[in-house]
Ligand binder design. Structure first.
Ligand code: AKG
Ligand code: FE2
Length: 362
């Protein structure tokens, strides 16, 4: 089986509901997580009606008056939740050509006073647009996030099985559900012939990302082991799943975090997407949790070969810092305006020259 995949495999989630066929799904998942790092999920458990309801809100959300969007700007929020204007975000030091709202599942911030670790401030309440202007949006988005969250936990169990661990082999990385928060973004990539990147090459941070491509535009690309960019066009009725640096770290490179990027759409309509990022517990130090894998699974990793260095270099701190701190550093580098407001020490550390026009870090 070649590690230099030229397309992204399609897995059928409905197999997981059939005890006789679940093992087929697990076998396909094993291949996808070790060799590709990306997959399409067909027949997901999230209601298609709810997905369509959400998709219909997206253009309305971005069409809100600029001052309404700015009123919930991310810079208001120590939790990095809220609205980011076009060009406000950096990846690898370059400006991304996208506009977005970061929302999250409901959560009460556990950071109480300056003695508490900074990274506990990473999670907290979302900022929502005024209900009267987008009636029903908050409920639709929360309902969507809840369903995707549920599917992500089930997927973690199947991943554990695919990697030869007990079913609950990855559950030690999550806190009790009432203390967890997961993030979902609504993203608009405006068409552009000039912009270099919709979002530049990067890895995701956590275990699992579940992406809804919410318009028919191409643009998402994933990097194979020989460095080629492979298209992952939208397939109606599917999600795109990929695995993040935290999962790669705790599985000692068995699971593959794959670098990906989005090219700005050509033509005259925007591309929309809704990525869901499943978090792990903020206080978990990955380096302290050693998982044991069966020899036959480790052989599959060896057959694939080492993960080549790619263009993305983020999240190297998992070898020492709690997961929340690693994520916080990533967020600070991507959103210096939020950092300057709420994390002045980290801002100073990563941007000693002041607010970047082009950031120096990834
Ligand atoms: O918009 C997309 O299709 C992918 C976005 C992405 O990779 C990210 O925000 O991490
Ligand atoms: Fe990503």
């Amino acid at each position: 089986m070649s590690a230099n995949f030229t397309s992204v495999p399609i897995l059928d989630w409905s197999l997981t509901a059939d005890p006789a066929r679940q093992s087929e799904f697990v076998a396909q998942l094993r291949h996808a997580v070790i060799n590709v790092g990306f997959l399409y999920l067909a027949n997901p458990s999230v209601s298609q009606d709810d997905i369509h309801r959400l998709i219909e809100y997206i253009p309305k959300l971005f069409a809100l008056p600029q001052e309404t969007k700015d009123a919930i700007r991310m810079a208001n929020s120590p939790h990095f939740l809220g609205y980011s204007r076009l060009g406000a975000e950096l990846t690898k030091g370059k400006t991304d050509h996208r506009e977005q709202f970061d929302f999250a599942t409901p959560h009460t911030c556990q950071w109480k006073s300056p003695g508490d670790p900074d990274h506990l401030r990473l999670w907290g309440p979302s900022q929502w647009p005024p209900e009267a202007l987008v009636p029903g949006f908050k409920e639709t988005m929360e309902q969507y996030l809840l369903q995707v969250q549920e599917m992500s936990y089930k997927l973690s169990e199947l991943l554990a099985e695919a990697l030869g661990l007990p079913k609950n082999g990855l559950s030690q990385f999550y806190d009790a559900p009432e203390f967890m928060q997961h993030r979902g973004k609504v993203v608009k990539y405006p068409p552009s012939n000039a912009a270099e990147q919709g979002v530049g090459p990067h890895y995701d941070a956590g275990f699992v990302t579940i992406l809804l491509q919410a318009s028919p535009h191409e643009g998402l690309q994933v990097q194979n082991l020989s460095g080629e960019w492979i298209n992952a066009p939208p397939i109606p009725g599917t999600f795109v799943i990929n695995f993040g640096k935290a999962l790669e770290f705790v599985t000692r490179g068995l699971a593959r975090a794959t670098s990906h990027r989005v090219l700005p759409p050509k033509g005259d309509t925007p591309r929309y997407s809704v990525p869901f990022f499943q978090n792990i517990g903020l206080g978990v130090r990955l380096a302290e949790r050693v998982l044991e894998f069966p020899a036959e699974i480790l052989k599959l990793r060896d057959a694939r070969g080492l993960l080549a260095a790619t263009d993305s270099v983020n999240f190297s701190e998992f070898d020492r810092e709690p997961s929340g701190k690693v994520n916080l550093i990533g967020r600070v580098k991507s959103h210096p305006d939020v950092a300057q407001q709420h994390y002045p020490d980290l801002f100073q550390k990563f941007f000693p020259e002041g607010m970047p026009t082009q950031a120096s870090a990834y």
